[in-house]
Design a protein around this ligand. Structure first.
Ligand code: AMP
Ligand code: MG
Length: 519
C-alpha cells in the first residue's frame, strides 16, 4: 500500500515532550503520540469512496497491512502520529485545555489534487486524555461511521470516515452515568477530513496568551485552506473570520434542513472549515420539535436543542472572534461580522424553508408563513422527514385534501383535533396561494423538493438496530445502511421500510431517544 504523504500541520510548533502522560501543553499545537496496540484487531467495514479518495485499492483494504495501520497497530513508514492541543467552551463555560483525548492523527495524504488529514478515533491515551481512557466503543463508533458518511451524501459539509474496526479489547462504560458500568467491545474509526482544526485550537492559544503560536496557527490555516484570501494581514484575518462564519452557517442550515441535532455544540466541536465534526450523542428529529435534544447530559437546559442550533453557532463564532482578536486588535470588524451572521441567518433560514416547500419566490410575509407551519408541526407529533417528503406529492389544483397527502407523517392522525385541523387547513390555504404564483408544474416542483427533502436519514432507531446486530457479530445492517444512505434523496422502492416513523419500542429506549456523551 503506497500513500502519498504530505504533512503540513506538523510544521507548526510541537510539544517537545515525547512521553505519553497527561499534562498541560504550552507553546505548541500538538504532541507526538503512538497509537495503542490492541488484542485482536479486525476491520468491519470500509468506505469504498474514501478508499478511492486516498488512493487505496479494494485489495489493499483487505490486507493485514491495512488492518494494522487503521486500527493503530502499526505506523506508516516515516509518519509521526500526534494528538492536537485545543481548548473549548463546553455548555457555555470555558473548560481550559481539552485536546485530542482519544483521537490520534496518523498523517496527511495528497491524492488526485485533494488533501486529507487521516486520524484514528479510539486508538488509546494521549497527553490530552485527562481522566479518560482514550478508547471508543462499538456503539458510538458505528454511529459516527455511518452518520458522517450519510451527512456527506446529504450534501452537508462533514468529516468523513474510511474504516470501522474492532480492537479486540474490552472497554468499560457507564452508558447512562447511573452506576451501571459494563464491558463493551472496543472500536476504532478512521476519520478523514481536509483538516481537523477546531475553534478550540485557537481558543487555547489565546487563553494562554501565546500570540506567536496563535499567529502561526492562523497563518497556517489560511495559507493551507483559505489560500484565496491572500497573504496574512489584519484584513485577511477578518476576511478569514467572515468565511468561517459563512461556512458554519452553511453547515448548520444543512442540519436544520434535514432535522439533524448535533447534541454537543461545544467550541471544541466546531470545525474551522465548517464541517460537521465529532458525532457523539447526535440524533434526528422524529417528532418535529424545536425543543428536542438527544443528549441526556443536556436534558435540563437543552442548550443544544434543534431550535437553537443556528444561534449557538453564532455564540461559538463569538468565542472564535475573541480568540483571534489579538491578531487584529480592533473589535469593530469582528462585531459587524457577528451581527451579519445573525441577520443573514434568519434570511437564509427562511430561504431554505421555502426551498423545502418548493417555493422559489420570496415574499414579505414569509417569516410569518413559515412560523405558522412550524407551529402546526408542533401541535401533534409529526415526523419531519416524512412530512416534507410527502408534501411534494401535493397538486396545486387543490384536487386533493392536503392533510391526507401528508397523513403518514403524523404519529396519531386520528386524534388530531378539529382545532388543529383548522390550523392546518388555514396554512394550506396560504400554501396553495403561494403555489399558484409559482410557474413550475407539479412534477417539476416535486423534483426540486425531493432534492432538498431526503427520503432516507439515519433514524435513531436504525442506528440502534445496526448496533444491536453488530454486538451479536452481524454487520449486515451496517452495510445495508451504508448503501441506503448513499442515495438519501432517491426513491429506493426495495428499501421503503426505512421510510417509516419510529416504531413504538424505540420511543424511550436508550440509544434511540436518549444518548449520553459516554462513548
Ligand atoms: P467530546 O464531548 O466527545 O467532543 O469530547 C470532549 C473532550 O473529551 C475532548 O477533548 C475529547 O478528546 C475528550 N474525550 C472524550 N472521550 C474520551 C475518552 N474516552 N478518552 C479520552 N478523552 C476523551
Ligand atoms: Mg469533541
Amino acid at each position: 500500500m503506497h500513500l502519498n504523504l504530505k504533512n503540513t500541520f506538523t510544521n507548526l510548533p510541537a510539544d517537545p515532550e515525547k512521553d505519553n502522560y497527561r499534562r498541560q501543553v504550552l507553546k505548541a499545537c500538538y504532541s507526538y503520540v503512538t497509537p495503542k496496540k490492541t488484542a485482536k484487531p479486525s476491520i468491519l467495514h470500509v468506505s469504498d469512496e474514501m478508499l478511492e479518495s486516498l488512493g487505496i485499492s479494494k485489495e489493499e483494504s483487505q490486507s493485514d497491512e491495512f488492518r494494522d495501520l487503521f486500527t493503530g497497530n502499526n505506523t506508516y513508514p516515516d509518519s509521526t502520529p500526534f494528538a492536537m492541543c485545543y481548548g473549548g467552551h463546553q455548555f457555555g463555560q470555558w473548560a481550559g485545555q481539552l485536546g485530542d483525548g482519544r483521537a490520534i492523527n496518523l498523517f496527511e495524504v495528497e491524492h488526485n489534487q485533494q488533501h486529507w488529514a487521516v486520524q484514528l478515533k479510539g486508538a488509546g491515551e494521549t497527553p490530552y486524555s485527562r481522566s479518560a481512557d482514550g478508547l471508543a466503543v462499538l456503539r458510538s463508533s458505528i454511529r459516527e461511521y455511518l452518520c458522517s458518511e450519510a451527512m456527506f451524501h446529504l450534501g452537508i459539509p462533514t468529516t468523513r470516515a474510511l474504516s470501522l474496526g474492532l480492537s479486540g479489547d474490552e472497554v468499560l462504560r457507564d452508558v447512562m452515568y447511573n452506576g451501571n458500568s459494563a464491558y463493551e467491545k472496543g472500536a476504532i474509526v478512521c476519520r478523514v477530513a481536509e483538516s481537523f482544526v477546531r475553534f478550540g485550537n485557537f481558543e487555547i492559544l489565546a487563553a494562554n496568551q501565546d500570540h506567536d503560536t496563535l499567529k502561526e496557527l492562523t497563518d497556517y490555516v489560511i495559507q493551507q485552506f483559505y489560500p484565496h484570501l491572500g497573504a496574512p494581514s489584519k484584513e485577511t484575518y477578518l476576511a478569514f473570520f467572515k468565511e468561517v462564519a459563512e461556512r458554519s452557517m452553511e453547515m448548520v442550515l444543512g442540519w436544520q434542513r434535514v432535522g439533524f441535532v448535533h447534541g454537543v455544540m461545544n467550541t471544541d466541536n466546531m470545525s474551522i472549515l465548517g464541517l460537521t465534526i465529532d458525532y457523539g450523542p447526535y440524533g434526528w428529529l422524529e417528532g418535529y420539535d424545536f425543543g428536542w435534544t438527544p443528549n441526556t447530559t443536556d436534558s435540563q437546559f437543552k442548550r443544544y436543542r434543534y431550535g437553537t442550533q443556528g444561534e449557538i453557532v453564532g455564540w461559538n463564532l463569538f468565542k472564535l472572534a475573541n480568540a483571534i482578536y489579538p491578531l487584529i486588535g480592533e473589535a469593530e470588524g469582528l462585531q459587524d461580522a457577528l451581527e451579519d451572521y445573525k441577520d443573514n441567518y434568519i434570511q437564509r433560514y427562511n430561504k431554505m424553508m421555502l426551498e423545502k416547500l418548493g417555493l422559489s419566490i420570496a415574499f414579505e410575509e414569509e417569516s410569518a408563513f413559515i412560523q405558522e407551519l412550524e407551529k402546526a408541526l408542533h401541535k401533534t407529533e409529526t415526523d419531519m422527514t416524512i412530512f416534507f417528503r410527502l408534501l411534494s406529492n401535493l397538486k396545486k389544483d387543490k384536487s386533493q385534501d392536503p392533510l391526507t397527502v401528508v397523513k403518514e407523517a403524523f404519529y396519531t392522525f386520528d386524534s388530531i383535533t378539529d382545532e388543529v385541523k383548522e390550523q392546518w387547513n388555514n396554512w394550506f390555504e396560504k400554501y396553495f396561494d403561494r403555489l399558484g404564483l409559482e410557474t413550475d408544474a407539479d412534477q417539476d416542483r416535486k423534483e426540486k423538493m425531493d432534492k432538498v427533502n431526503p427520503k432516507y436519514v439515519l433514524r435513531n432507531y436504525m442506528a440502534q438496530l445496526a448496533i444491536d446486530e453488530a454486538d451479536k457479530g452481524n454487520y449486515d445492517l451496517i452495510e445495508e445502511f451504508y448503501q441506503l444512505l448513499k442515495q438519501p434523496y432517491d426513491e429506493q422502492p426495495e428499501k421503503e421500510k426505512w421510510f417509516a416513523k419510529r416504531p413504538d419500542w424505540a420511543r424511550h429506549k436508550v440509544g434511540c431517544s436518549m444518548l449520553s456523551c459516554s462513548s
